[in-house]
Design a protein around this ligand. Structure first.
Ligand code: GLA
Length: 384
């Protein structure tokens, strides 16, 4: 639950000041995995889980951050904010402050209460929601307003440059720019996007394997390095290829033998995933749900077998969904190595689908999963 009234009460009780309140959503990615940092395509939707940020100015020059999720407060001098991460939840808001300070803003004293319901470490972008909510709150206090794509880039930089996670732009972008009842086909090269309407008859059923995922984890970084190594091999022959976005399946056929076996597989995933993502957006726009489901199945296979970013639990969750009534398409979503699967399901069959999937998974894996029936929600915004 993310309840602005409850956040307001918490903030008032702790800081004796009326907060301005902002919300930033988490996201689910329908297709396009590990393509964002290759300047390719992704198609996420913002979801109805969000982080709330309540902010009020202070006159004592302190920055006081309180997280209700962690039940912890941290206090700093606004003029001497940390420049290094401390591997703590506060790195995300502090990272945003560091980036804003680097943009020549003087950070004033303020109290910030953060409270969200985006499941943590589940591949639903709880950290991006935290960054975007913080950025909206602080920029409003500063009296500046950045366009959504610019805000997203600042938040990505907070994560790359301060937190130390080498993520792409997708999560921050969709949190800052999502549209109700739509997925966004985002071109991660120029940050343009196209709206792909999700029909009212389709539910986003998000199934949490309960296996933890972390973008700061070594696997994400090593996959990214393998992708970049593959790109360097192709670029040695075709210098116009700056990212795998520019490469084709024919490039792999010609020069794949010069890559390590892992790099070749990772590149095959990224290059084909880009093609699938654009095709999936076209399918969604023309309401061809059967084709969309087929592309999602292919994307999962590629993510699991070529990118090797799945795990037994996620493969099982996807397999167990296949013959359940109402399924349109299922795949592992997000950075990989655990987290959630996304299932597009016919709306009226979604409750029965969710119940049956939970039961099957609990029997097969021995873990009770959390399953959420979600809707595509709007972008981060001020609530009051
Ligand atoms: C994480 C990163 C994103 C993206 C995905 C994989 O969510 O934060 O930038 O790379 O993994 O698609």
């Amino acid at each position: 639950m993310h309840d602005p009234d409850a956040l307001r009460s918490l903030h008032l009780a702790r800081f004796q000041a009326e907060p301005a309140i902002f919300a930033a959503p988490g996201r689910v990615n329908l297709i396009g995995e590990h393509t964002d940092y290759a300047e390719g395509f992704v198609m996420p939707a913002a979801i109805d889980f969000a982080t709330l940020a309540g902010i009020s100015p202070r006159s004592d020059g302190k920055v006081v951050l309180y997280s209700e999720n962690y039940a912890k407060e941290r206090s700093f001098d606004a003029s001497a904010l940390p420049t290094e991460p401390s591997h703590h939840w506060s790195d995300y808001p502090l990272g945003v402050l560091a980036i804003l300070a680097g943009e020549d803003h003087t950070i004033p004293g303020f109290s910030l209460t953060l409270w969200g319901d985006v499941p943590l470490g589940s591949g639903l972008s709880s950290s991006a929601a935290l960054e975007v909510a913080t950025a909206l709150a602080v920029t409003s206090l500063l009296g500046v307003s950045y366009p959504g794509p610019v805000l997203a880039r600042l938040c990505q930089r907070a994560e790359n440059e301060f937190v130390g996670a080498n993520c792409g732009i997708m999560d921050q972008f969709i949190s800052a720019n999502g549209a109700k009842d739509h997925a966004l086909l985002i071109d991660c090269r120029d940050l343009s996007f196209k709206l792909a309407p999700i029909p009212a008859s389709v539910a986003l059923v998000i199934a949490n394997t309960m296996v933890k995922h972390a973008v700061t984890g070594t696997e994400y970084t090593s996959r990214r390095a393998e992708v970049e190594a593959a790109c360097a091999v192709i670029a040695a022959h075709r210098p116009e290829v700056r990212f795998l976005r520019d490469a084709t399946p024919e490039d792999l056929e010609r020069w794949g033998s010069e890559m390590t076996p892992n790099s070749l597989k990772r590149a095959r995933h990224v290059i084909t995933e880009n093609l699938r993502t654009v095709a999936a957006a076209e399918a969604l726009i023309r309401h061809d749900l059967r084709e969309l489901g087929r592309l999602m199945a292919e994307a999962h296979r590629s993510y699991s077998q070529d990118f090797e970013a799945s795990c037994v639990e996620a493969d099982t969750m996807v397999a167990l969904a296949q013959d359940l009534p109402g399924l349109i398409g299922a795949r592992l979503t997000g950075g990989g190595f655990g987290g959630c699967t996304v299932n597009l399901v016919e709306m009226e069959k979604a409750p029965a689908f969710a119940a049956a999937l939970a039961e099957r998974y609990a029997t097969e894996v021995g873990i009770v999963p959390q399953i959420h029936i979600c809707h595509a929600s709007g972008r981060a915004h001020r609530i009051r």
